[in-house]
Design a protein around this ligand. Structure first.
Ligand SMILES: [Zn+2]
Length: 81
């Protein structure tokens, strides 16, 4: 007699939908060199154990305008206190 413990953990399906969470790419950021809001290019900087770090740079002059951590949905203990 097997218990259905594994089936109750259906939250893992959310991982496949991370691609639809890419709204941030369409965001325009202010570029100090171009002196205007510009579309940004997303570049993968680092792959960490708890997520990926992306760098956002101006598509015109390449100036880095910021970065963002894409945290993976994992059973990983958060360090926020
Ligand atoms: Zn620029």
């Amino acid at each position: 007699m097997m218990a259905d413990i594994q089936n109750t953990y259906s939250g893992d399906n959310n991982m496949a939908q991370q691609d639809s969470y890419g709204d941030f790419d369409a965001t325009e950021l202010y570029c100090p060199k171009c002196k205007r809001a510009v579309p940004v290019r997303k570049k993968l900087l680092l792959v960490l154990s708890n997520g990926d770090k992306y760098d956002y740079s101006c598509v015109f002059c390449g100036t880095s305008l910021g970065d963002k951590m894409d945290l993976r949905k994992r059973p990983f203990t958060a360090l926020i206190r």
